[in-house]
Ligand binder design. Structure first.
Ligand code: AMP
Ligand code: MG
Length: 412
């Protein structure tokens, strides 16, 4: 049996970045740039006022103070979005609003609070300094600068920059399409009657949700009955996708046909067991180069295996550089025992306060207990060589919830 680390390395060595596509600027949010972005012009394009006030010549303001203000004639009015052609002469000022271009001849802006208007004159009490309150052309973005490199994840600030330089369309990496096949005679879909001995195929939905949340496109292929033919049929459909996921039927039960069917389809099987808990049965290989995961059937095992192995694969395909969830240190609040030889992923609730992070389990750790997964915002990781975590021990916690760190009160 291979370790989690070995499994992850093997998987990622068979995952390639997908191709690229053009998307509109807002469609790019959360995606990864597949081109370098250069600035075609300066932003701002022109020197402009950082204040509402008056554009002046600094040399006109010598000795201006509250007691002896300098008086200038106001010869123009410049709202944002407008310009004037006349050049400012000595002894003159132009009324100017924030964002309006600095008129020719002016070199300084005096903010309104340091002035008093008086008919067509303005009294200036404080000269500031030469060049004050002017935003210079190119001070945000310089023409020809490289703004973003290939591999940059687009967040709203990047979106704003792209808009500033008129990039309505950009090239990003494609999102992988992920086929999801659920296996089991006991499964019904969400809109079917739950007859004797049947359960709803929750994995179809939790896995689809995980795919969406990790930036992939789920192709939910529904339920394959526990026959080789049914399974083969569904997996063949899945070959149109970029990744194939099945859940269930990968263990040693009498009707666990996933490995056989994958073998019939010519899979190059890399491994089918990982020393972890939950999630030991996990088949991975490639069919015609296509990464194929046989995830365990138990609802929690399927999700935790996805978190460890499929999410990083989807992120790598989508062009992300950071493939892995954050791991933080926390003080464990209760004693927990595990068995040596496997890496444990224990559903837990982690909270961080001023005195650091504290973690406790979310209860029953059975691999069918999805509620303790729902209540968890992290997975406490207990290494293979450890058997006991005592209250007070520092442990590692893999954060699962993107809401982690959000609080019900602002804590400035
Ligand atoms: P298996 O590995 O196929 O024996 O499945 C292990 C356990 O997971 C069984 O109790 C199954 O009923 C359950 N299971 C398998 N597939 C699903 C699914 N799609 N949704 C919910 N539970 C499932
Ligand atoms: Mg089954």
């Amino acid at each position: 049996m291979i370790s989690v680390e070995q499994a992850l390395n093997t998987i990622l060595s068979h995952i390639k970045q997908l191709g690229t596509e053009r998307v509109d600027i807002l469609g790019g949010l959360g995606r990864v740039l597949a081109e370098d972005i250069y600035a075609p012009f300066n932003v701002p394009r022109f020197d402009n006022s950082a204040m509402d006030g008056y554009a002046v010549k600094f040399t006109d303001l010598k000795g201006a103070s509250a007691d002896s203000p300098v008086r200038l004639r106001v010869t123009g009015d410049l709202p944002a979005g407008h310009s004037i052609s006349q050049s400012l002469k000595s002894g003159e000022a132009v009324r100017i609003m924030t964002g309006a271009p600095i008129p020719e001849g002016a070199d300084t802006v005096i903010m309104q609070e340091d002035t008093r208007a008086d008919g067509d004159m303005v009294a200036i009490f404080n000269p500031g300094f030469s060049g004050s309150h002017i935003r210079r052309a190119g001070e945000d973005i310089k023409k020809a600068d490289r703004l973003f490199q290939t591999g940059t994840k687009l967040r709203p600030a990047q979106t704003g920059i792209l808009a500033s330089v008129k990039r309505a369309f950009i090239t990003v990496y494609q999102r992988p399409r992920v086929a999801i096949v659920s296996t089991g005679d006991e499964l019904v879909d969400i809109d079917e009657d739950i007859t004797e001995g049947k359960i709803v195929s929750s994995n179809s939905y939790s896995l689809s949700a995980l795919v969406t949340e990790s930036g992939g496109i789920p192709l939910t292929l529904g339920i394959a009955r526990d026959t080789k033919e049914a399974l083969r049929d569904k997996i063949l459909q899945g070959l149109h996708a970029d990744i194939i996921l099945s859940s269930g039927g990968v263990s040693v039960g009498d009707y666990d046909f996933v490995k056989d069917v994958l073998a019939d389809l010519g899979i190059d099987m890399k491994f089918w067991k990982v020393s972890m808990r939950p999630g030991k049965p996990l088949a991975f290989g490639t069919i015609g180069g296509k990464p194929t995961f046989g995830l365990p059937g138990n609802p929690v095992s399927a999700m935790i295996s996805f978190e460890q192995f499929v999410r990083p694969a989807i992120r790598k395909m989508s062009g992300h550089r950071n493939l892995f969830r954050t791991i933080v240190s926390a003080v464990c609040e209760e004693k927990t025992t595990t068995r040596k030889g496997k890496k444990y992923f224990i559903r837990c609730s982690i909270k961080c306060k001023n005195d650091g992070c504290h973690v406790s389990t979310t209860g029953n750790q059975g691999s069918g207990i999805l509620m303790s997964m729902a209540e968890a915002n992290g997975l406490m990781i207990v290494p293979e060589d450890q058997e006991t975590v005592n209250a007070g021990d520092t442990v590692k916690v893999q954060i699962l919830d993107d809401e982690f760190g959000f609080t019900d009160q602002p804590k400035y």
